[in-house]
Design a protein around this ligand. Structure first.
Ligand code: FPP
Length: 271
């Protein structure tokens, strides 16, 4: 049986889902087949994240740069996205999940917007987990957007130049409305960030896994969380002060709070 510690779960996990193309190629199949299996891995991962009690899960589903892929592949991805949103709609609504989307959503085709927008609206009062899909998303683009918003406010005299701070920038970044990512996982063997959540990554723990995204399983998520739980996060401070700050800021998951209340002891969640 697999275990993760019920305490010290990452509140916000981001995932760079890489390796769909290679998964398909190694089987002599078209890239779209890899994306289809990738969508199945998304379903499994969302369910598991919800069961674990993660507060927020952000998935890098389509980057601003991905528009330059062959039209056939882009179309297949958009269709998969639509199918995913339609297929998961009831489960998302019934399980307290709020569906959120970040990125240049205006570039998405109508066939996606027609299912994305109603689900965002219908799930907006759900509070158990926020599932964010990064679609047509770029971290640099998001920073530029926030900078433009603040520049407009300064130009209009609504704020002063000195009001341009790290916090005011963050307040204009939709990716951080659920807080900074605690843990970012990248599958597929590459060790890079590829324009994902750049601003929020400042103190995130990074976990690189060789598994190709379509093969990403429960045990891969547990391995990533286990690795996170064995690290000491210092946020630029020294050990004891950082630990005290982190404890004060810690957001408990529902499972964690319930178990801690019952046992008052270090608890492990068996999955
Ligand atoms: C990277 O693999 C993956 C993507 C560009 C898209 C991710 C999409 C999915 C997981 C499926 C659909 C998403 C949802 C939310 C239903 P790659 O094609 O770059 O792989 P490679 O590096 O092996 O070529």
């Amino acid at each position: 049986m697999d275990f993760v510690e019920a305490r010290n779960l990452p509140g916000h996990v981001g995932i760079i889902m890489d390796g769909n193309g290679r998964w398909a190629q190694s089987r002599g199949q078209p890239r779209a087949a890899g994306h289809r299996e990738g969508a199945a891995a998304v379903r499994r991962t969302v369910r598991l994240a919800r069961r674990l009690g993660l507060r927020a899960l952000t998935l890098y589903a389509f980057s601003e740069q991905n528009w330059s892929r062959p039209e056939e592949e882009v179309d297949a991805l958009m269709q998969l996205l639509r199918d995913f949103l339609l297929g998961e709609r009831e489960e998302i609504l019934d399980n307290g999940i709020r569906l959120n989307a970040i990125g240049n959503l205006g570039r998405l085709p109508a066939l996606v917007r027609a299912v994305l927008d109603p689900l965002r609206r219908d799930s907006e009062n759900n509070g158990d987990m926020v599932l964010t899909l990064a679609l047509s998303y770029g971290g640099r683009e998001e920073i530029a957007y926030a900078a433009r918003e603040l520049a407009k406010a300064v130009a209009a005299g609504r704020i002063k130049l000195d009001d341009v701070t790290t916090d005011s920038l963050r307040s204009h970044m939709p990716s951080l409305s659920v807080g900074d990512p605690d843990l970012v996982i990248r599958t597929g063997g590459e060790r890079r960030i590829s324009n994902f959540l750049l601003y929020g990554l400042a103190y995130a723990e990074l976990h690189f896994a060789d598994v190709l995204w379509p093969d990403f399983s429960e045990s891969d998520l547990f391995a990533a969380i286990g690795s996170y739980q064995r690290r000491e996060r210092r946020f630029g401070l020294v050990g004891a002060a950082a630990a005290a700050d982190a404890a004060a800021a810690a957001v408990s998951s529902p499972i964690e709070s319930a178990l801690a209340a019952v046992t008052g002891a270090i608890t492990r969640i068996a999955i």
